[in-house]
Write a protein that binds this ligand. Structure first.
Ligand code: UFG
Length: 323
């Protein structure tokens, strides 16, 4: 059985929907930001907290867990700057309790959701995994700290792990049964689509003076189902003994500016956006685009969805769920 911590969240729930086709899945989620309705009904759902030893003991004593996949984290850069305690508590300290419990029950396979925010402000076209890590906010630091803990645990205790550094996750499951449901929403694509559905008056573009061709920030958007498939390949590589430890970027390798994303949303939906140009949002690097060559070479994964397909899947989900 596979324990998916944070399996009621946006990315975790998409992984669970793919994984239940192959494995028995237990989801642990405290529902602080996740939603019960996102969890596939073929998975066992347990409401509880990864920082709570009693919740964890109950699961590890009852079920023969072979691997843990850890998606449960706070992930808002701006919030992490004003409330770092929350980020170090939930993302680092609680993860230590989870890892300690795994060791106690001799569970040695771990898949970790990391982030492009570990790189800080990189100065390259395509970021490879060996590029220096220099996060510029507590969120990125909390994820990098866990990566460092994992490396130490691998040497000292024989923990096997894969850390996956996501670039910009977007899109929704092709069934349109699950999708991105954050409250508050801060991400670009859902915000643009909510606006085009009439749920917001306008869109703000944060900064037009970046050192990029059109002056707006460039990101690498990756479909959430592509992310889910990468997790399953990483899990299989650990379970088969093909990999002991690895760090992989997950992106498309293509950069799109904020303006290009908005234009693609207009094209996909056939609707016109009202745009307001405002100051930069603190902490935004000008360009973040992944090289995903390493995971392609080692596990055979590459992203399949284009930006248009990502937006089309998100549009289908948002339209269906428009309040
Ligand atoms: N943006 C706008 N207007 C909005 C929302 C976003 O212009 O209303 C811009 C942002 O300034 C940024 C781009 O759109 O330039 C993408 O912003 P998102 O908030 O969608 O995503 P981020 O790139 O800020 O964040 C993502 C993940 C984080 C992770 C980060 C790594 O969501 O968890 O990448 O840098 F930390």
């Amino acid at each position: 059985m596979i324990l998916v911590v944070g399996g009621a969240g946006y990315i975790g729930s998409h992984l669970v929907k793919e994984l239940v086709e192959k494995k028995q899945v237990i989801v642990l989620d405290n529902l602080s930001t996740g939603h019960r309705y996102l969890v596939d009904e073929r998975a066992v759902f347990i409401q509880g907290d990864l920082g709570n030893r009693a919740d964890l003991d109950a699961i590890f004593e009852k079920y023969p867990i072979k691997a843990v996949m850890h998606f449960a984290a706070n992930s808002l850069v701006g919030e992490s700057v004003v409330d770092p305690l929350k980020y170090y508590q939930n993302n680092v300290a609680a993860t230590l309790t989870l890892l300690e419990t795994m060791l106690k029950y001799n569970v040695k396979n771990f898949i970790f959701s990391s982030t492009a925010a570990t790189y800080g402000i990189p100065n390259v076209e395509l970021i490879t995994e060996d590029y220096s890590t220099n996060p510029i906010n507590p969120y990125g630091r909390s994820k990098l700290m866990v990566e460092q803990i994992l490396a130490d645990f691998a040497s000292a205790y024989g923990l096997n792990y894969v850390a996956l550094r996501y670039f910009n996750a977007a899109g929704a499951h092709e069934s349109a049964e699950i999708g991105e449901d954050h409250n508050p929403e801060t991400h670009l694509i859902p915000i643009v689509l909510q606006h085009l559905l009439g749920q917001r008056d306008k869109i703000s573009v944060f900064g037009t003076d970046y050192d990029t061709p059109d002056g707006t920030c460039i990101r690498d958007y990756i479909h959430v189902t592509d992310l889910a498939r990468a997790h399953i390949l990483a899990l299989e590589a650990l379970l088969d003994g093909k990999k002991k430890t690895a760090i992989y970027n997950l992106g498309n390798g293509l950069g799109y500016s904020v303006k290009e994303v908005i234009e693609t949303c207009e094209k996909v939906t056939g609707r016109k956006a009202v745009i307001e140009y405002t100051d930069r949002r603190p902490g935004d690097p000008a360009r973040l685009v992944a090289s995903s060559q390493k995971i392609y070479e080692e596990l055979g994964w590459k992203a399949e969805y284009s930006l248009e397909e990502i937006i089309a899947s998100a549009w289908k989900w948002h339209s269906r769920n428009a309040k």
